[in-house]
Design a protein around this ligand. Structure first.
Ligand code: PEP
Length: 271
């Protein structure tokens, strides 16, 4: 018997697909915040809720917090991620950390292509692509960030920007590896600004991302792809954003630093 996956589109071209196929993923991005002792306290605060939570929860911590995070999260459902990696396995790259080094510690996820890395560290799509491939090759899972600037949104080129970031970022990434790729839609104008995309606007781009993946790979790959929204998500707006058809989770910056706030966002997934 053959089973056909069916994509349904509404008038705006948004894809309606079976959200139940996808496990919600809430990920915190601590950026350059918290030391190991704060990491220990934070994880102690959230661990029971995470263990009883149906979806996945990841915290992406600074490199120096990884050992403490991994020890504190041992034998729990909490997943630990890094916020960056180099694309080489080893060598003369002072100050850098390779994907295989992260993997050898027990790290499972790495954020790649965050707009702060693109803007402050000149990471273009070519470097992003090298990092994505190196991370996947080392066995890590990747949270690939894409998003348009305010200027690009106002020029009405959001679709083109997102499409190009995804195609370049995933260049030569094999379909079989897409199971370990999450795409986070993070409009730059919403990151750290308190200015969140409306649920409809965020869903429209997340839906576009799913369509791009469907065109690049196939329907099954796009149906199973986790697409997160990130950009000033907090306990007040999380429920509305996370209830949208094509938003499967959140990548959360400042609101992931406070354990109570983060727990409220985790709770918003099922409410
Ligand atoms: C982020 O850094 O990925 C992010 C979404 O930040 P914030 O939630 O603070 O906007």
């Amino acid at each position: 018997m053959y089973l056909y996956a069916v994509q349904f589109y509404n008038l705006k071209g948004d894809i309606f697909m079976n959200k139940e196929l996808r496990c919600p993923v809430i990920a915190g991005n601590w950026k350059m915040n918290k030391d190991p002792s704060e990491t220990k306290d934070f994880i102690k605060r959230i661990i029971d809720v995470v263990n009883n939570n149906e979806g996945k929860v990841i915290v992406c911590v600074p490199f120096i917090d990884l050992p403490e995070a991994l020890i504190s999260a041992k034998n729990s459902k909490l997943l630990i991620g890094a916020q960056n990696c180099h694309f080489k396995k080893n060598g003369a790259f002072t100050g850098e950390v390779s994907p295989s080094m992260l993997k050898s510690m027990g790290v499972e996820y790495v954020i790649i292509g965050h707009s702060e890395r693109r803007n402050y560290f000149n990471e273009d799509d070519k470097i992003v692509n090298k990092k994505v491939k190196a991370a996947l090759e080392s066995g890590l899972s990747v949270i690939l960030c894409v998003g348009e600037s305010l200027e690009q949104r106002e020029l009405n080129v959001t679709s083109e920007v997102i499409s190009s970031q995804i195609k370049r970022g995933l260049y030569e990434v094999d379909k079989s590896d897409m199971k370990r790729v999450i795409i986070a839609y993070e409009p730059i104008w919403a990151i750290g600004t308190g200015r969140t995309a409306s649920p409809d606007a965020a869903n429209e781009v997340c839906s576009l991302i799913r369509k791009i993946i469907g065109d690049l790979y196939d329907i099954q790959t796009s149906e199973h792809l986790i697409v997160q929204y990130g950009g000033s998500m907090n306990s007040k707006n999380a429920k509305d954003l996370l209830s949208m058809n094509n938003i499967d989770g959140g990548l959360i910056g400042s609101s992931s630093l406070d354990a109570d706030e983060f727990l409220d966002i985790i709770a918003a997934v099922k409410s």
